[in-house]
Design a protein around this ligand. Structure first.
Ligand SMILES: C[S@@+](CC[C@H](N)C(=O)[O-])C[C@H]1O[C@@H](n2cnc3c(N)ncnc32)[C@H](O)[C@@H]1O
Length: 298
């Protein structure tokens, strides 16, 4: 399968009843398929951003727990394909948490980092994603962050900082001395969002919640899509789940590619894409501040 902009093949989608609907959607190429099979049909250097969150090998309903060596081997194969399909100016973002075995924690970013370096990729940020909800641990501190390893293939990579700036804390602050005295000291477009992102994870009462147990908040991926790609670029998620990356890509006029082994998730992904097209999909705004229940008291 070529990854050309007009080359998406909705015929890959097995649900006969929806094929007509999907044929109108030339910007989307998603399928219920193993990711190696899916990616091997994509052209070399055809994807501008590969953004994903793989299973963590912790026995979730969508994975079979295996040895750590077997898990790393699978990740290595998927990463090799991701690197092959990445454009020279492109980025790979691998979002991971911890593998946990008998109470011992194995940070997956540490385990997977060498696999990317072996391909000559360069780490640009290790983004810390913090969130408020999760398991309450009894024998260690409760986990409230995961990471995103952002790698590029070369030094000539896309980074559209102005598209993802956030409001400055003191937008009207001025230089009080020196040659710029009296002028605004901060960028009027806002500030760099930093490498620590506080974005609510998708739990029970989140507006984006589907039946997937571990879906991305769309806003998390929107920031990556806007910063690391341009309009008309191609975004691939090889562990697509319910299509949050595809939604983020399509919202900003990028092409969406992805696959998942579970037909139920792919069906939900299509439903969400159609709701997006119809203007009825609810997503949490990308830069909405996190609700602070104590703010009133303050
Ligand atoms: C952590 S979830 C990703 C969820 C996704 N980020 C979302 O927003 O819905 C990992 C997904 O990988 C899928 N998966 C596991 N192994 C796969 C494989 N070999 N090929 C394609 N998908 C796979 C699982 O079914 C699961 O939905």
């Amino acid at each position: 399968m070529g990854a050309g902009k007009t080359n998406a093949k909705p015929a890959q989608v097995k649900r006969e009843a929806t094929v007509t609907r999907l044929q109108a959607d030339a910007e989307v190429n998603i399928a219920c398929q193993d990711n190696l099979k899916f990616m091997r049909k994509l052209d070399d250097e055809s994807m501008d951003l590969v953004v994903t969150s793989p299973p963590y090998n912790i026995g979730k309903e969508y994975e079979v727990r295996r040895s750590q060596d077997a898990y790393i081997e699978e990740q290595a194969a998927c990463i090799a394909e991701a690197v092959r399909v990445l454009t020279p100016t492109g980025s790979i973002c691998w979002q991971v948490g911890n593998h946990v075995d008998s109470g011992e924690v194995f940070p997956l970013d540490i385990l997977l980092y060498p696999l990317f370096r072996n391909h000559g990729l360069q780490l640009r940020n290790r983004i810390v994603w913090t969130f408020g909800h999760g398991l309450h641990c009894q024998k260690r501190f409760s986990g409230r962050h995961e990471t995103i390893l952002w790698f590029t293939k070369s030094d000539d990579y896309k980074f559209n900082l102005d598209d993802v700036r956030i409001p400055s804390k003191y937008p009207n602050k001025k230089h009080f001395k020196g040659p710029n005295k009296g002028q605004l000291s901060s960028n009027p477009l806002g500030k760099n969002p930093s490498d620590v992102w506080d974005i609510p994870n998708v739990k029970s009462n989140h507006v984006e919640k589907t039946e997937h147990p571990c879906q991305f908040p769309v806003g998390l991926i929107e920031r990556l899509v806007l910063a690391l790609t341009d309009e008309g670029d191609s975004v691939l998620d090889p562990y697509l789940g319910v299509g949050s990356s595809a939604i983020a890509a399509l919202k900003h006029d990028r092409y969406a590619f992805g696959c998942d082994l579970d037909q139920t998730y792919i069906d939900i992904a299509w439903d969400r894409i159609h709701a997006l097209r119809a203007g009825t999909l609810r997503t949490r705004p990308m830069n909405k501040p996190v609700y602070d229940p104590n703010a009133k008291d303050n």
